[in-house]
Design a protein around this ligand. Structure first.
Ligand code: P6P
Length: 330
C-alpha cells in the first residue's frame, strides 16, 4: 500500500467544520510545485535557462525561470476565489486579480523560485509560500492584510527542487511538519517524512563565510565558535549551497543552524521576512526548532513593508538559543 498522498493528508488534517478553502489552496500550491518542477527539468533544452533581461524589485537580474515560476503561482489561484491577492518576491506591488474586489479572505505570499543562482549549474532550487487570512474588511486586500507577523500564518511551507521534488508544509494547530516526495511517474506527492522534528545536538552550521568582512564583531565571534568546534552546543560541520530552501531543508532533517546575519551594507540582512524567513520560521517552530532575527523571536516581528528584510538564525532550538546568547556577549 503506497504512503498517503499529499491531498489525502491535507483532507484528513482539515477540521470537520472547515469548508475546505485552505485545503484547496494547499492543493493548488502542490500543483504549482509540480508545474515548476517540470519546467526546471526541461529548461536546459527548451532554452529557458539564463536571464530574462529584466530586473526585479530587489534589483536582481531575473532569470527566465523566475518569471515563469511567478506566472505559474499567479495562474494556479486564478480560479480559486478564496484567494484575494498575492505578494511575490518578483513583484514590487500586491498582485490582484480583475475580480479581487469580490474575492475571499486568504492572501498568499511566495518566493516563486528561490536560489536562482543555482539554475544554470543544476543546483537545488525552491519555492517558499506563506498563507494568511486578511485582517478583515471587504473588497480587495490591502497592504495591511499582508503586513502581518509570521505567528498569524494559517499555513506555511516550501517546495524543494532537488534530485527529488519535495513538498513540505505545516498548518499551525492542525498538523506538525510533514514532507511529501513527488513520484513523477504518476504526478503525485507521497508522504515520506511524517511529523518531522529537527534533531538537537548535531548537524551543520550554514552561512556564507565570504561575508565575514561585513559582519559585526559579535557575528564573527559566533561563526568562529562553530568553525573552531568551540560552540557550547557541540561540533557542527560546515555546509552551504547558496539556496535557502536547500540549506534549510538539510537543517530541518539533520539539525544545526542556518544563518544569514546583518551585513555592514545590508543592516537588515538579505533575506525577506514575509515570504522567506517567516514561513520557514513557522516550519522550524512546528518541528520543535526555533528562529530569531538575532534577538527577537522571528515570528513576532511586525513587518512594515512588503519586501522587508530581516536577519535569520534558524534551526535546532539549542543552536538558535546559543546563537542569540553569543550575539549578546560584548
Ligand atoms: P548569498 C538566493 O539568492 C538567496 O536569496 C537565498 O536562497 C540564499 O540563502 C541567499 O540568497 C544566498 O545569498 O549572499 O550567500 O549568495
Amino acid at each position: 500500500m503506497p504512503n498517503p498522498t499529499l491531498i489525502e493528508h491535507i483532507l484528513k488534517s482539515q477540521p470537520h467544520e472547515a469548508h475546505g478553502e485552505l485545503s484547496r489552496i494547499l492543493a493548488r500550491l502542490s500543483l504549482a510545485g509540480r508545474m515548476i518542477a517540470q519546467r526546471i527539468l526541461n529548461a536546459g533544452f527548451l532554452g529557458e535557462h539564463g536571464e530574462a533581461g529584466s530586473v526585479n524589485v530587489q534589483g536582481e537580474e531575473q532569470q527566465k525561470l523566475d518569471v515563469l515560476a511567478n506566472e505559474i503561482f499567479k495562474r494556479v489561484f486564478e480560479t480559486l476565489p478564496s484567494v484575494n491577492a498575492l505578494g511575490s518576491e518578483e513583484c514590487e506591488e500586491i498582485m490582484y486579480y480583475p475580480d479581487s474586489d469580490r474575492r475571499g479572505k486568504y492572501i498568499v505570499l511566495f518566493d516563486p523560485l528561490d536560489g536562482s543562482g543555482n539554475i544554470d549549474i543544476n543546483g537545488s532550487l525552491g519555492s517558499i509560500f506563506s498563507v494568511h487570512r486578511r485582517r478583515g474588511g471587504e473588497g480587495r486586500a490591502e497592504l495591511g492584510d499582508f503586513l502581518q507577523p509570521g505567528s498569524r500564518q494559517v499555513a506555511a511551507g516550501y517546495i524543494l527542487y532537488g534530485p527529488a521534488t519535495v513538498f513540505v508544509y505545516t498548518v499551525p494547530g492542525q498538523t506538525g511538519v510533514n514532507a511529501f516526495t513527488l513520484d513523477r511517474s504518476v504526478g503525485e506527492f507521497f508522504l515520506t517524512h511524517r511529523d518531522i522534528l529537527i534533531p538537537e545536538g548535531k548537524g551543520s552550521y550554514s552561512v556564507n563565510e565570504s561575508n565575514e568582512p561585513k559582519w559585526t564583531e559579535e557575528v564573527r565571534n559566533l561563526v568562529a565558535s562553530f568553525r573552531r568546534g568551540e560552540a557550547t552546543v557541540g561540533k557542527r560541520s560546515a555546509r552551504y549551497t547558496g539556496a535557502l530552501v536547500a540549506d534549510f531543508h538539510r537543517t530541518l532533517l539533520k539539525g544545526g543552524i542556518f544563518l544569514y546575519p546583518p551585513l555592514k551594507d545590508r543592516p537588515r540582512g538579505k533575506l525577506r521576512y514575509l515570504y522567506e524567513a517567516s514561513p520557514l520560521a513557522m516550519v522550524a517552530e512546528n518541528a520543535g526548532g526555533a528562529a530569531s532575527d538575532g534577538s527577537l523571536r522571528l515570528l513576532d516581528l511586525e513587518p512594515r513593508e512588503l519586501h522587508e528584510r530581516c536577519p535569520l538564525y534558524i534551526g535546532s532550538k539549542a543552536d538558535v538559543e546559543y546563537a542569540v546568547s553569543k550575539l549578546r556577549e560584548t
